[in-house]
Ligand binder design. Structure first.
Ligand SMILES: NC(=O)C1=CN([C@@H]2O[C@H](COP(=O)(O)OP(=O)(O)OC[C@H]3O[C@@H](n4cnc5c(N)ncnc54)[C@H](OP(=O)(O)O)[C@@H]3O)[C@@H](O)[C@H]2O)C=CC1
Ligand SMILES: Nc1nc2c(ncn2[C@@H]2O[C@H](COP(=O)(O)O)[C@@H](O)[C@H]2O)c(=O)[nH]1
Length: 325
């Protein structure tokens, strides 16, 4: 198997078919809605909060609210009262089942639910998928996180509508160091490996460091890309603002860090500072423009045209050109 990651792959251009990049459509469909770009901010406490989720929904973006210290039932009610779709995260504990039951009883059923646990290839996820499908049959269920084809096959067979791939590639992740497991360092080829067996959408989660990594993810099978660190350092980001010698930073911490958990137990995440780089809306617009450029370099007009391009692997044992014949 070829092993590579975002920083040692480049996509190869094909003859341009548009006169302007504005003709290229970066939009993507997921769960019956079309979103402006194939990007979703990570469901983490220092990346999204209620106002950001509402803004994203109102402006044509996909979002997944985090699941820490919030009332999911109230969140769904609130989003629906504002005419927006609701997209929440759940774990696999009794409190999560209780919240699901309450939403179903109230008739405020979220349009999207992401089952968000560290080791998503687990019976606990199978049971939650089964429960969600029984209580909220119309809800689009995303399940993760996983990093192998076996896991993709199981989650899809258990009823997941989409899967989330990425064990440990995140910027504040320390899973690889703490456990010796994961897709950190080879996330892009793990995505390719998983996409070979997937029959439903994959969300590639973690490790995106440049806008061009979004196109690379699409090339290797992602329908959407989840991004934490690159979207955490904005003026409106929920993390605490920290002044270091007159330069402003936002804190960004892992969901499995002691900062998120409130205790040092089963810690697999850390805290870093991200430089503040202006407004989230401006970064998302720039991402859209860059994805439009990617589509034009792919010789296409729509996002999935990126899937048709050849690529090269730079350096290392797998170096070489890979042509689609
Ligand atoms: N993408 C990634 O690489 C990772 C992401 N995270 C993020 O951190 C957050 C917290 O995750 P998580 O700790 O799972 O959430 P929870 O604390 O809600 O745990 C979910 C359930 O899974 C169990 N569990 C957690 N890890 C394992 C494991 N390795 N093997 C068996 N059971 C496990 C927990 O039990 P118990 O705690 O008793 O074991 C608990 O019952 C999530 O948002 C998750 O996405 C965390 C680590 C890696
Ligand atoms: N191993 C851990 N992974 C984590 C933790 N908190 C979040 N995450 C994952 O990282 C991505 C974001 O990655 P980035 O490279 O874009 O910053 C996020 O979506 C989660 O899947 C954690 O504590 N440990």
């Amino acid at each position: 198997m070829e092993i590579f990651d975002y920083d040692n792959v480049l996509l190869l251009p094909r003859k341009c078919r548009v006169e302007s990049r504005s003709e290229c459509d970066a939009g993507v469909e997921l769960g019956g809605r079309t979103f402006r770009i194939p990007v979703v901010p990570a469901n983490m406490k220092t990346v999204v909060n209620e106002p950001i989720c509402l803004w994203l929904a109102e402006h044509g973006y996909f979002y997944v609210m985090h699941r820490f210290d919030i009332d999911n039932v109230a969140f769904v009610r609130e989003m629906h009262s504002k005419g927006a779709y609701a997209s929440i995260s759940v774990g696999v504990k009794k409190a999560d089942y209780d919240a699901v039951n309450q939403m179903a009883a109230e008739g405020h059923v979220p349009e999207y639910v992401t089952i968000d646990i560290a080791h998503g290839h687990a019976d606990s996820v199978r049971d939650m998928i089964t429960h969600l499908k029984a209580t909220m049959p119309s809800t689009f269920v995303i399940a993760g996180n996983v990093g192998t084809p076996e896991a993709i096959i199981d989650l899809e067979n258990w009823g997941a509508d989409a899967t989330k791939v990425g064990i440990g590639p995140g910027k504040v992740c320390i899973t690889r160091m703490k456990t010796g497991f994961g897709t950190g360092g080879w996330q892009l080829s793990a995505l390719k490996w998983c996409a070979r067996v997937a029959t439903k959408p994959i969300i590639a989660d973690g490790g995106i460091r440049e806008h061009g990594d979004i196109a690379k993810s699409v090339r290797f099978g992602a329908t959407m890309v989840m991004i934490g660190s690159m979207l955490a350092g904005h003026e409106e980001s929920p993390g605490e603002t920290v002044d270091v010698d007159g330069k402003l930073f936002k804190e960004y911490y892992g969901s499995a860090s002691d900062f998120n958990k409130g205790e040092y137990r089963h810690v697999e995440g850390k805290r870093i500072l991200e430089p503040v780089k202006g407004k989230l809306a401006d970064t998302l617009r720039e991402m859209e423009e860059d994805i439009q450029s990617s589509i034009s370099y792919a010789g296409g007009r729509k996002l999935n045209d990126i899937r048709k391009v050849n690529y090269v692997i730079l350096g290392g044992d797998n170096a070489g050109e890979h042509l689609l014949m």
